[in-house]
Design a protein around this ligand. Sequence first.
Ligand SMILES: C[S@@+](CC[C@H](N)C(=O)[O-])C[C@H]1O[C@@H](n2cnc3c(N)ncnc32)[C@H](O)[C@@H]1O
Length: 280
Amino acid sequence: MEVDSPIHDFSKARTQVWKHMLVFMDSMCLRCAVELGVPDAIHNHGGPVTLSELVQALPIPTSRAPFLRRIMRVLVNSGFFSIEGNESDGSNEEEVYYDLTATSKLLITGSTNSLAPLVRFVTGMEVAMAGHAMTTWIKASDDDDKNETPFHVAHGGKGVFEFASERPEFNALLNEGMACDNRVFIGEVVKNWGDVLFGGLRSLVDVGGGTGLTAAVIAGAYPKMKCSVLELDHVVDVQPENELVEFVRGDMFVQIPQADAFLLEWVLHDWSDKDFVEED
Ligand SMILES: C[S@@+](CC[C@H](N)C(=O)[O-])C[C@H]1O[C@@H](n2cnc3c(N)ncnc32)[C@H](O)[C@@H]1O
């Protein structure tokens, strides 16, 4: 086939459509692997596993092995797992070994840098429903607050934080998802730029600081600084005692406690300029 023939152009364009239609399967395979505990199973095995060893370690019937192999194929292709041997050439599947990569090591449950909770949150039904509501949302009148974001449209006019306040499981998913992504990041920030950012401060308020993880890391490194977290009731209600950080219940649009400095991490993007910019 000539490279710039009409059939080539059609084929290329068609492939592009297929690719975009199905790209959500990448996320769904990732979610499935995290929910099943595939990274944990390989980690606990202590090294590369065959397909049948993997099936045995997971809560799935052995009859699902061929489907797990396909899910693993997608994830090997995306770099989440490595494979030794070549299962596509018809070799005995016992000769094929799956192992963790740097990416899937970030998905081991309970490890200090695990992003598994973030995967569960972002690929979850509640967020996916917001994606499905995008067309309805963009066609809707923006005079009504219930149409503010696709999430509002998908969830009966409730924004993500109001929704979380009514759903303990979603609240936990959101809080853990946010916190896990910070664990490594804030540690590095404090290590490399802590003195520039926080040196000399007597007090700091992490506005919308979630579980308080960020504030606790900062407080741990600067014990003379008073670190507080301003959060909504439903977030504060489920936080364990924290010796390093004081939780303050409140609404940042109403009042923010006095401090030398304020931290707004992953907060401004949740709101429009109209919410944040006030002119006297
Ligand atoms: C995207 S999360 C970011 C959490 C945390 N700063 C982080 O980086 O992981 C936004 C946070 O803002 C909090 N929040 C939302 N509206 C708020 C308000 N009006 N007053 C105080 N906190 C609020 C939410 O409960 C949520 O924990």
